[in-house]
Design a protein around this ligand. Sequence first.
Ligand code: 4AD
Ligand code: MG
Length: 448
Amino acid sequence: MSITTSAPIATIASLSAHEGQTVTLRGWLYNLRASGKLLFPIFRDGTGTIQGIVPKAAVPEAVFETLKNLTLESSLTVTGKVRADSRAPSGFELDVEDVQVIQKVPVETPFPIQLKEAGVDFLMEHRHLWVRTPRQSAILRVRATIMRAAAEYFDTNGFIRTDPPILTPNACEGTSELFEMDYFDDDKAYLTQSGQLYIEATALALGKVYSFGPTFRAEKSKTRRHLTEFWMIEPEVAFLELDGLLNLAEGFITHIVTTVLAHHRADLKVIGKDVEKLEAVITPGGFPRVSYDEAHAMLETAFAEGKIEAPHTYGHDFGSPDETYISSQFDKPVMIHRYPAAFKAFYMQPDPLDPTKALCVDVLAPEGYGEIIGGSQRIHDYNLLKSRIEQHDLPLAAFQWYLDLRKYGSVPHSGFGMGIERAVAWICGLDHVRETIPFARTLNRIYP
Ligand code: 4AD
Ligand code: MG
């Protein structure tokens, strides 16, 4: 529908440029309060919310009646004068002059998400509408900036983006988590779990590369950290060894947090995140680097002192409570390196000083958010990699091309992957990754 107005069209986020002017906003009715002959509608337009003031005596009767009877989430254009108000969250209020309804939500079928609390199952079932509410919109804005800053870090540091395939013939991170599908005739294909193997090939072509796209894991885990479809950004660098990889991860996370703090203080406030915790991440001094053995020793002491409930068994992976305890000891992300090779991926380079350990790193976010990054130096020796593929019972034929990379000019190389949703959960301070992505895919949800 065309909008008949002579006023300039503006967005709520840009109202500071229009103070004292009459503008037209295009959006939705977010809330409405009436007090006798005064209406206080709140409008939203995707960039923010603003309260309107509508005194019955100051507007044409039709405008007053239209707004008074308008249902929440009806779409509209509203014209009014922008007035600075230091008490308003956006800094402005709108003295409404005119309103045009585009579509009125029928009175019989009100917007299902009321402003009071609803259960999370109900909200996830109505995710297509839930995304309109201010907190969810703020999270999606921060997510977009995290994705932009993540790509920007590599784009501005000499990395070439090379996108790996999503349909793949074999596993990267373990066969139990693969989504399988028919691929013509008698073939099977699997949705990618990680682009790593492919960007190892492009790294040996281009030096420094990264990939950024959706990845899939048929994990039967119902935790607050697991999705079956998530977005991963993965750098891979030729001639880079573990120490350099840790530096890369540190610079990368620092850039993301710095960018979010520069652009989203208002959003983080709406979300309810304590920004001081993020500011601590980017103070000078680097991220703590703790070996698996040192982390195990920390957990032994913590158990002896009654600070954690269960002991950690040496040689096993860390459980969620272990990770929470370790990360709670630091106010920056902690980089745990050199895990036992026995429970890590087949492609990880063994530590020459102790070949039972892998030259790998998990970065744990502060505040108990657990692992956000996993990475390693890769095995570059042909024979060692071949024997690892065999030991892991992986089909050698499917990995022939990957082994080729160790036959033609092999060099030490390293990379990592960061799950965007884990990073969003940490940076926004969310209980569950289901709120970090527009439409979460989990073990028991594929609707809407
Ligand atoms: O630690 P992961 O499994 O490592 C890899 O996939 C490597 N191939 C990456 C590489 O070296 N290029 O996964 C990397 C990250 C995790 O640290 C986590 O942030 C995220 O991906 N992740 C998940 N996020 C949400 N839901 C899941 N089910 C996830 N599984 C992993
Ligand atoms: Mg991992």
